[in-house]
Design a protein around this ligand. Structure first.
Ligand code: GCU
Length: 413
């Protein structure tokens, strides 16, 4: 599949996969202000250190997101007999930067067996909404899509229906009492290095602005913005309990769900699946993908300042444990896969662990595991984690843990 091709291409030779060669590194202390002052109470975290870390991530990694525009939306269609009568399917068009303007399309499935508003898993998809389910009623995206292997075709066709279905076990999610909502990430920013002009970013330039500044947002910022605007819509949908929306994403979209959850505290729970470099895994650990590699292969993902750290990651004022800490005290779940060495599964665990002092300061149980757990030993404390057998992907095993974690941390009313 297209995504696989991109992944193989990105796994450059020369990456380190030897634990003995990771070297020593010191992580910035999430509880130490830039001034050197230590954070000793929740109020100082909330009013001083959290805003400071958020600003540092904006300035040096993901870029600054402009103030949100008010969305407009239209219900395109609704069917109460989806999934053989088990679910209601809705398709909603949203104008995320105001109308007129670019549109994004939300596809939702809500359990019909619901009593009142339901909690929802919200995530972006890679191939267009039509790829999420083999359901002929789903509108095929008209936007740029990554061409399938051996093809230059950048428009989605009928053949793409259900192509991503294994990653979206909608029946299982619905049968366990949750709704699911998804948006095609290409509605916000076409995922290629020349995607900027066709993204929402120029539409949000200030009057007279012609280009992005080095600290400005880029693709991951635009994708995360889309997740927050999807939540704006969910807040208006009375079938949804918007106080129980879990934001999730896989891989580059896992980086995105973390950044969305860090910025937007309305997300009740945040899930990162195999998010790797620039997501849950530590930048300072030289294992698998590196900052230099990701900025070279995907120059459109992070802001321009991040490139200055390509060969000096130890000078970054942040590391990814601090991104997890921005989510505190809300529940966060980090999922790794054993064969996904490119994403550095151990580095993903250590970032979760590194956020533990902040979670504990805020009165939660933090990360329950002292050591990196073995395969299929999920940790279900407020910072959750698992290492699954197998490759870079989203599987039913992953979803089973996400749902158990949500059952525990976003209890049914
Ligand atoms: C590439 C990239 C990763 C990314 C992945 C994906 O492998 O190097 O950083 O997570 O693509 O999004 O599938």
């Amino acid at each position: 599949m297209a995504l696989l091709a991109a992944t193989v291409w990105a796994q450059a030779p020369g990456a380190n996969y030897d634990e003995a060669k990771v070297g020593n590194f010191t992580l910035p202390d999430p509880l130490r202000m830039q001034s050197g002052q230590m954070v000793k109470d929740a109020a100082t975290w909330r009013t001083k250190r959290r805003p400071e870390i958020l600003r540092l991530f904006e300035e040096t990694v993901y870029g600054r997101t402009p103030a949100a525009r008010k969305i407009e939306y239209e219900m395109v269609n609704q069917a109460k007999d989806a999934l053989g009568g088990k679910a209601t399917r809705k398709q909603v068009t949203v104008w995320p930067v105001g109308r007129p303007g670019p549109t994004m399309h939300i596809l939702m499935y809500l359990p019909n067996a619901r009593k009142g508003a339901v909690p929802v898993f919200l995530g972006l998809n890679f191939g267009g909404n039509q790829a999420v389910q083999p359901d002929p009623a789903i509108a095929i995206t008209k936007n740029w899509v990554r061409p399938p292997r051996h093809s230059k075709e950048t428009r989605a066709t009928e053949a793409s229906r259900g192509a991503e279905a294994s990653r979206w076990p909608v029946e299982m999610i619905v049968s366990r009492g949750y709704g699911v909502a998804t948006v095609y990430y290409g509605d916000l920013f076409p995922d290629n290095k020349d995607g900027l002009p066709d993204s929402i970013i120029p539409k949000m330039y200030k009057p007279g602005q012609k280009a992005r500044a080095p600290e400005d947002w880029n693709a991951i910022g635009a994708w995360a913005y889309g997740l927050s605007r999807a939540l704006d819509y969910l807040e208006k949908d009375t079938d949804v309990d918007a106080k129980r929306v879990a934001v999730l994403g896989h891989s580059r979209l896992g980086k995105t769900s973390l950044w969305a959850g860090a910025q937007d505290e309305r997300f009740a729970l945040v899930i990162s699946n195999n998010s790797g470099e620039g997501g849950a895994s530590l930048a300072r650990r030289n294992f698998g993908e590196t900052v230099e590699r990701i900025n070279t292969a995907f120059p459109h993902w992070f802001n321009d300042n991040f490139k200055k750290y390509n060969t000096r990651v130890n000078d970054l004022p942040v590391d990814q444990h601090m991104l997890i800490a921005l989510i505190a005290p809300r529940p966060v779940y980090i999922a790794s896969a054993q064969e996904d060495q490119w994403a550095d599964p151990k580095g993903e665990f250590l970032a979760g662990k590194g956020a533990d002092p902040v979670y504990r300061l805020l009165g939660t149980d933090g990360m329950g595991a002292a050591q990196w757990p073995g395969v299929h030993q999920p940790v279900m404390t407020r910072i959750g984690y698992h290492l699954r057998a197998g490759k870079h992907d989203v599987t039913n095993y992953d979803w089973d843990q996400f749902i158990k974690f949500a059952d525990r941390h976003m209890p049914k009313r």
